[in-house]
Design a protein around this ligand. Structure first.
Ligand SMILES: Nc1nc2c(ncn2[C@@H]2O[C@H](COP(=O)(O)OP(=O)(O)O)[C@@H](O)[C@H]2O)c(=O)[nH]1
Ligand SMILES: [Mg+2]
Length: 224
């Protein structure tokens, strides 16, 4: 039997200034030396699969914790816990995103001071999660090949706010009309500073580049 998963109901703060709360949380996590990533994508783009592969790959190097946000269920928290991550499931009470207050409630219940890297697997959609600062040190989004190369034009804010754009499921490129040049033009039009990494959690292609990005950002965060 797997360990039971702690599930908590997180409540949106209606009074606090979210940006100020997020900034304060980021500073506290910096003091603790914990790098937090807000991972966003549409449902099914491959967040949980990538987080499981990432946790396994980094097992000997750093302590990874994952906060799974969903409107219901705890299936993703079980999956990443099996991969070796410290995990907690957050239920958003129907909300389609997490804000800084909700993130903080999850962190308090989970405890993060003993971890190097915390991922928020945000609620799956390309719209509202982009609008809220959770207090994470970096925003990473996943676009999977089957979703198409035109998505930066349709969901511009998500691409504008992300520090890193992961193009997932590249093993399926032969089956889809996904044009990498067009995708890059569309992303850079929205966000000239965005980094783009192509990967497949299934075949392992591109995982080295992603893991290097993580190692570099975690060590810079601890040093700064
Ligand atoms: N072909 C392929 N399928 C993938 C890859 N990553 C995830 N998937 C599949 O995509 C589906 C959704 O993945 P999941 O990680 O649950 O996505 P999430 O909803 O974003 O967390 C599952 O059936 C995965 O097996 C990949 O790199 N290649
Ligand atoms: Mg998931």
């Amino acid at each position: 039997m797997a360990d039971p998963i702690k599930v908590i109901e997180v409540k949106e703060s209606v009074f606090a200034n979210n940006d100020r709360a997020a900034e304060a949380l980021r500073e506290r996590m910096h003091d603790a030396g914990t790098f937090m990533i807000n991972l966003m994508s549409s449902p099914g783009a491959g967040k949980t699969t990538l987080l499981s592969a990432t946790t396994r790959a980094l097992a000997d190097e750093m302590r990874v914790a994952i906060m799974e946000a969903d409107v219901d269920s705890d299936v993703d928290a079980h999956t990443v816990q099996e991969a070796g991550a410290k995990a907690i499931q957050l239920h958003t009470g129907g909300m389609c995103h997490l804000d800084a207050a909700m993130t903080e409630q999850g962190l308090q219940q989970m405890g993060y001071e003993d971890t190097d890297l915390v991922f928020i697997e945000n609620v799956g959609n390309l719209i509202c999660p982009a609008e809220f600062d959770t207090g994470a040190a970096a925003k990473v989004m996943i676009l999977s090949v089957p979703e198409g190369d035109d998505k930066p034009l349709k969901y511009p804010l998500m691409f504008e706010v992300s520090d890193l754009v992961l193009i997932s499921k590249v093993d399926t490129l032969p089956y889809f009309d996904f044009d990498r040049d067009k995708l890059e033009r569309n992303v850079l039009l929205r966000n000239p500073d965005a980094q783009i990494i192509y990967l497949s959690a299934k075949t392992g292609e591109g995982m080295d580049q992603w893991l290097s990005w993580l190692r570099e950002h975690v060590s810079d965060w601890k040093r700064a």
